[in-house]
Structures are given as structure tokens and as C-alpha cells.
Write a protein that binds this ligand. Structure first.
Ligand code: SF4
Length: 372
């Protein structure tokens, strides 16, 4: 007589999630009621969610982890507690507050959306997914997450956590991204009509605490009796992925130029493009051409090299940047030659704390501090 494998392995028999889609949400909601994470933007069981907090946290959490976001979230709501306060702040202040969070276009979109909510929506965030998606920086995932969490709407936000969890639950064999239509179908099928906010946050917490990318703690998972990957014994194998091509490398020169007063030459980057609106040391053009703007070429002609180049590497989403940082000095009497409308300006190191520096600038500074 044949013996079912799960009885030998002490694994309970598989329930049929595909036949009863509410099984998944009822297990997730029950688990979330006990194990929910306490997060500063999350309403407690007795509170009504604050849409401003939900929106702000979802914007910050794009491409960024919860522990990184928490101190930024606290600083933002202390300084700008409402859409109105954020909309009437200056973009430079917001970029300064955002420094270190990366993906700076999000800060600019945050500002644009706050201004729209202030001027066109009377400081009330819309609850409709389609309308949310028209706002800057809000794609389908963020719109769905905000609609579900802030307004308890039956929305289906699909992020990495949910893709991972559903692809394991059903042992989806198609690799990313071709499996996405199926994942979306499965997510829609399992989304409950009620309690959607708690359900979505339950999935987020499950993905982050239990169904982790590596070595998920399946024995603690409320879905283990429904999960095919767990029953197969290989959850790490999902979601299936195609091999990624290596990231291209771009090269750049950066110039740490000090004048006779000890001030450093900085550049405000153009608002559009990478690190838009942030402050950096002057650099060669970002197109691998090793050319310079005419104004920087003139400034460099007056400089004396004081330090051989130091390499700094910084990884962006689509490429790896290798920067050679040159140290040089600039004659004091020429410091006033920079025009009032120039993007270059002198800044004493004591005022660095007021500048919106991206992480790349912090790496440049620390590479020099090791050598100066
Ligand atoms: S049983 Fe394991 S693999 Fe399956 S959903 Fe739960 S944590 Fe993920």
C-alpha cells in the first residue's frame, strides 16, 4: 500500500487554495491580527489610517527598506506634518531632507504631488486607484497599496513580496517577467472584498518576516498547508528568474577644488536627469565622453593638482559608475569669477550640512578624508 509522502515527513496534506480563494485571505488576516508589525505610518487596530502618512511611507518605501525609511519618515512628519506643509516647503529643503534615501526623482514627485493635493484636491488624497495613478510618482503598485491601506479599497498591489509569495504558493514555473499576468490573476482571485487594507499589509509583513527571499521560515507560515513550493521542499527556487546581463560601467572625473579660504567648489545638478537638483562636486559630462562644460573647463585651467585621483564606485539601478576624484587648489583671487547665475558655487565645509548631498557625494568626501 502506498503511503502519502506528507505523512512520512510530518507535513499536513495540501489544502486547495485554488478551489477556495478565501482560504488564503482568511489565514493571512488571522496571522496579521496577531503578528502585525508596529510601524510609525501604520494605524493601530483602533485608529483610522492617516492618508498623508500612508502616501508618504509608500513613496519612501519604493526601492528602499523599512529600517532605512523609518528615521526619514519621522523627520518628514515632524517638519512637514501635512500635505499643505509639504506643498509650501521649498524643493531644496525637501531634497536636503531626502538625502541618503536615493532615487531623488521620488523627492521631486513627492513635492509635485503634495502641491497638486494642496491646490486641486483641498489637501485630501483621492481614494480612487485610477485617479491616484495620475499623480506624479504613483504607479499601479503604489496606487493599489494606498487605496487598500489608507481607504480599505479592494485593490491588488503587486510588489516583490507578493510576487514571491504567490509564485511559491502555486510553484509558478514561468520565470519573471512572463509570469506576471498569472501572478496578477492569482492576486486578484485571492483579494477579499472586506478588510483589504489589513490583508495587503498582512501579505507585506508575511513577505518581509516569513516568506523571505532566502531561507523562508515556512514552519511559521500561516499558508504552509496551501503552499506547493513548501510541499515540494524548494521554496528558494521561486520566483524563477532569467539570468540578468551584467550592468554596464560608466566613467567620470570628479573635482574636489579648494580655494585659498578653504571653501569647496560645488555644483547644483540640473533638475532633470540623474541626481537632479542635488549637490555634487563638479564632474566631467556623464556620457563617458570625458568632456567638461565650458565654464568648468575655464575653472579647471586655473587649478593646480594637489592629489592624484582616487577611485570611487557607486552602483545605480542601470549601471555602475566609476569616479576618479581629483584634488586641486584654486587661486583665492579668482574665487569671485563665478557668476551669480552659475550652477557652480563655493561652500565652506562648515555649511555642508545644509546641502542636499546624494550618497555618491558622501562617498567622494570619505574617499578624500582617508587621504587628505
Ligand atoms: S510556506 Fe514557505 S514558501 Fe510557502 S508561502 Fe509560506 S513562507 Fe512562503
Amino acid at each position: 500500500m502506498s503511503v502519502p509522502l506528507h505523512t512520512l515527513l510530518s507535513i499536513p496534506p495540501l489544502e486547495d487554495a485554488s478551489r477556495d480563494p478565501l482560504l488564503v485571505s482568511s489565514h493571512v488576516l488571522e496571522w496579521y491580527g496577531i503578528h502585525r508589525r508596529i510601524l510609525p505610518w501604520r494605524a493601530s487596530k483602533a485608529q483610522i489610517p492617516n492618508p498623508y502618512h500612508v502616501w508618504l511611507s509608500e513613496m519612501m518605501l519604493q526601492q528602499t527598506t523599512v529600517p532605512t525609511v523609518i528615521p526619514y519618515f519621522h523627520r518628514f512628519i515632524d517638519k512637514w506634518p501635512s500635505f499643505e506643509a509639504l506643498a509650501t516647503a521649498s524643493l531644496d529643503d525637501i531634497l536636503h531632507g531626502w538625502q541618503g534615501l536615493g532615487y531623488y526623482s521620488r523627492a521631486k514627485n513627492l513635492y509635485k504631488t503634495a502641491q497638486l493635493i494642496h491646490t486641486q484636491f483641498n489637501n485630501h488624497l483621492p481614494s480612487d486607484v485610477t485617479l491616484l495613478e495620475t499623480l506624479p510618482g504613483i504607479g499601479p503598485y503604489t496606487a493599489g497599496a494606498i487605496a487598500a491601506i489608507a481607504f480599505n479599497k479592494s485593490a491588488v498591489p503587486i510588489d516583490g513580496n507578493i510576487i514571491r509569495l504567490l509564485s511559491r504558493l502555486y510553484a509558478v514555473k514561468d520565470p519573471l517577467p512572463s509570469c506576471l499576468p498569472l501572478i496578477k490573476k492569482l492576486a486578484t482571485k485571492h483579494t477579499p472584498k472586506n478588510n483589504c487594507g489589513d490583508y495587503v499589509q498582512g501579505l507585506m509583513d508575511l513577505g518581509s518576516l516569513i516568506c523571505r527571499p532566502r531561507s523562508p521560515t515556512c514552519p511559521l507560515c500561516p499558508l504552509k498547508n496551501l503552499c506547493i513550493a513548501y510541499q515540494e521542499g524548494n521554496p528558494d527556487a521561486y520566483p524563477k528568474r532569467l539570468e540578468k546581463p551584467p550592468k554596464p560601467t560608466r566613467k567620470l572625473n570628479a573635482y574636489w577644488i579648494e580655494n585659498g579660504e578653504g571653501s569647496i567648489l560645488l555644483e547644483k545638478r540640473p533638475l532633470k536627469g540623474l541626481l537632479g537638483g542635488m549637490i555634487l562636486t563638479p564632474t566631467s559630462c556623464w556620457d563617458n565622453s570625458n568632456t567638461h562644460s565650458p565654464e568648468l573647463s575655464c575653472l579647471l585651467k586655473a587649478c593646480t593638482l594637489t592629489l592624484q585621483p582616487r577611485p570611487v564606485t557607486h552602483v545605480f539601478t542601470h549601471f555602475t559608475l566609476v569616479v576618479d576624484v581629483y584634488g586641486s587648489s584654486y587661486p583665492l583671487e579668482s574665487s569671485n569669477s563665478i557668476g551669480p547665475h552659475s550652477t557652480y558655487f563655493w561652500c565652506p565645509p562648515s555649511s555642508f550640512k545644509h546641502q542636499a548631498f546624494p550618497s555618491l557625494m558622501k562617498k567622494i568626501i570619505s574617499s578624500l578624508q582617508k587621504t587628505i
